[in-house]
Design a protein around this ligand. Structure first.
Ligand code: NAD
Length: 255
């Protein structure tokens, strides 16, 4: 099979693929015919088993995105096992464990540890894949952002600002990598009932109803709602789109 960047079938790393939005993205990309590298803190064997049982192609890799060495090893293993790499979905993030509270109560240490994953982890992954994409003639990077920096959501400022940073990275990296034919786009979900969120009763209490009520499509958002936008940014139909962020939130914020 021809695996040039122009070929519809890509080899794609999805970080944070053990659960929630990342798992749904991994499934959907595999259904589109892509070979998926499902990465997470612990190797997401269950995700990979589900994908392969459904006839898709996937491998599981354990990697903490905040650890640059582990990320390099993840990319090396992907290239060694699958023979190349055309796509990266930066989905791993700290969100569902957050307890909303006033910004004076969020310590700088907590900001730092969240930034280690949501910002520096994403940068680690981009820095590890870009040299391979450059030498292969191109690639696709999709960053999972959030609707929160567009709206200015209170009581989780460390999180909102980390996603604001990712929005800026998405736009600037798109400019920096355009000449290498590497397309960088973002997908910004609204409040989504991932497994992690369902395990956080305070988030559910504070964010579920208010999120639903601000939507044009006034229902709960689920991980499956997010996958089509990622599929699109990995498809040939988006080959002249870069630096953009698609807000997927049932028509709450109009970008
Ligand atoms: P989740 O908490 O359910 O899952 C996140 C996954 O990332 C988990 O499998 C976790 O193990 C993994 N992960 C965490 N830290 C990691 C690290 N250092 N290295 C590798 N993997 C790591 O989250 P979710 O709700 O599915 O959210 C996924 C992404 O979508 C996050 O980036 C989040 O910020 C973003 N997002 C979520 C929502 C929402 O409401 N759920 C809304 C907008 C954006």
């Amino acid at each position: 099979m021809n695996k040039t960047p122009e070929h519809p079938s890509k080899r794609i790393i999805v970080t944070g693929a053990a659960s929630g939005i990342g798992r749904a993205i991994a499934h959907s990309l595999a259904r589109q015919g892509h070979a998926v590298v499902a990465a997470d803190l612990k190797a997401p064997d269950a995700t990979v088993k589900e994908i392969t049982q459904a006839g898709g192609q996937a491998i599981a890799i354990a990697a903490d995105v905040s650890n640059a060495l582990q990320v390099k090893e993840m990319v090396r293993a992907c290239i060694e096992t699958l023979g190349g790499l055309e796509g990266l979905v930066n989905n791993a993030g700290v969100f569902s464990s957050i307890v909303p509270r006033p910004f004076e109560q969020i310590s700088i240490d907590e900001w730092r540890s969240l930034y280690e994953v949501n910002v520096f982890g994403l940068v680690n992954c981009c820095q590890a894949v870009v040299p391979h994409m450059r030498s292969a003639g191109g690639g696709r990077i999709v960053n999972i952002i959030s609707g929160t920096p567009f709206k200015g959501v209170p009581f989780m400022l460390h999180y909102v600002s980390s996603k604001g940073a990712v929005l800026g990275i998405t736009r600037s990296l798109a400019r920096e990598l355009g000449s290498a034919n590497i397309l960088v786009n973002g997908v910004a979900p609204g409040f989504t009932l991932s497994e992690g969120v369902m395990d956080n009763p305070i988030q559910l209490e504070k964010l579920r109803e208010i999120s639903k009520n601000t939507r044009s499509l006034a229902r709960d958002q689920v991980p499956q709602d997010v996958v089509g936008a990622v599929d699109f940014f990995m498809s040939e139909g988006s080959s002249f789109i870069t630096g953009q962020t698609l807000v997927v939130d049932g028509g709450s914020h109009f970008n």
